[in-house]
Design a binder for this molecule. Sequence first.
Ligand code: HEM
Length: 546
Amino acid sequence: MLSLLLVAGATLLALYSYNRLRYLRFSQYAHIPQVPSHLIWGHLKAFGELTRRGIPDRHPDEIFKEMWMSMGRPPLMLVDLRPVNAPMVLVPTHDIAEQISKPTQLFPLSTPKSPTWTHMIPIIGESSILGKEGADWKELRRRYSPGFANQHLWRLLPLILEKMGPFCNYLDEFSTSGEEFSAERLISNLTFDIIGAAAMEVDLHAQHMDRSKQSEVIRLFGDLVQSYSDDNNNFPWWIVPLTALKRHQLARRIDSLIKRIIQQKYAEVKEEAEGNRSRSILALSLQESESLTPQLLSETSDQVRSFLFAGHDTNTSMLQWAIYELSRTPRALKAVHSELDEVLGPDTDPRVICSILAERGHDLLPRMTYVNAVIKETLRLHPPAGTARMTTPGTGFTVKTSAGEEYLMDGLIMYSCASIIQRDPIVFGDTADDWVPERWLGEAANRIPSSAWRPFERGPRNCIGLELANIESRIIIAIVARKYEFIKTGLGESALDATGLPTLNDKGQYRVQSELYNTRKMTSKPVDGTTMKVKFAVKPLSALST
Ligand code: HEM
């Protein structure tokens, strides 16, 4: 037993040293000459700070922000995360984030991704579009872009609307029973069903509350993603070997199920030939392929798994926050109601709205400007994801601050931190930390530099699913906002006055007993799964006098 422990200890030590050396081999970094010492959190101090301030409960972004503010808000901050990760530079301003994401002479397809994405390989596969570079990435983007283009997405509208039925049934049940529920679970199941339909035109039965009735893909995917929540810090495999093994096994099973679906869809596409009726993003990408080679099958499975993950996870988080912010901001809820009355008519029955949208969605959804502002503002204040880039030592990649200082970034993870960038008081003024959808309406919106809003990131590597996310979010808000009244419970719950009613603060939002905040479960998400109660809205707010 003792010798076994010794061998295990020696192996871990060797791996630790190897990893440490691997990062130290970023020669320019060894003494960090490119970043002045007053901008650096040395690794012991950085780990101490992250632990002291609340990892794993709180999202690292919040902690990085506090560390960055305690340094006096410098244009860059270096956090040394060796040996668990390479040293990381936090990018807190939109002008530097833009230098990283835009095409340059050195990198015409924008600065390469940092290898940090590889911890997601079990979920999205090695050849995922999220991690590919150069010509390989360009080819994948060319192949899949038509499926995500607006004119194709309108064809998917009926598939999306079909999934709203079970979602509203659950809300009806919870409204009747008064039971508390997790908005994350409900919305995540819905968005999973939607992306399953849009990506592959299959029913994943994600919305069954009884797990045994969900498809196997959903159950395995759920277990796989859960393994990342249990191990919040995304440690390297050599620190969590058993978790890594479990992920590997789950990934293989999901891959083989997805491959089976692709083979079936490929056969269908080829049978339909001329009068093609398949609408999914997958079907569209397969049309041009002469044969489904093992390589194409494997690559396609990786892309489909990437779409399943990226297509449901981030949108779920956004919708949780949007529903919560609306529930505590009567002014905004009233504006949403008025707009929906005007655009969709007075009937709030989800079935009626679905049939109106199925017929005229492409005309009506773009007219929902206030709902769009709600989505934009929610993504500004609570961005679910960001981007991390890295150039190898010797590349000579530099960024310039607004004061004209130039820093060499080679060998460092450049983390574009949307949750800091999008709350910059220089851009968003005194209300930078407040949820104010009106800032995105009319003239006021034109004064915001476009690079200061980047929840989908910018440049060639921006989110391919941006339009799909927008359509989906508008539909969901349009269907639930007038029919139901959501009430947060637990964290973020309203503080009630002596008469039992919520009271407004000076920002026009209900005062709360405690703040709701994000944690990290792969991406940013409300820490409590957004526990809520719901009831049928008694009378549309828009019908009430002010
Ligand atoms: C509110 C919803 C969403 C947000 C905030 C979001 C955000 C992002 C961000 C920040 C990136 C850049 C990641 C990086 O640089 O590493 C990205 C890329 C990507 N997203 Fe989204 N996303 C959303 C919805 C979707 C949807 C619905 C899909 C549909 C499949 C999707 C698929 C992708 C893919 C495939 C990429 C990689 C694109 C490439 O590298 O060419 N996303 N997304």
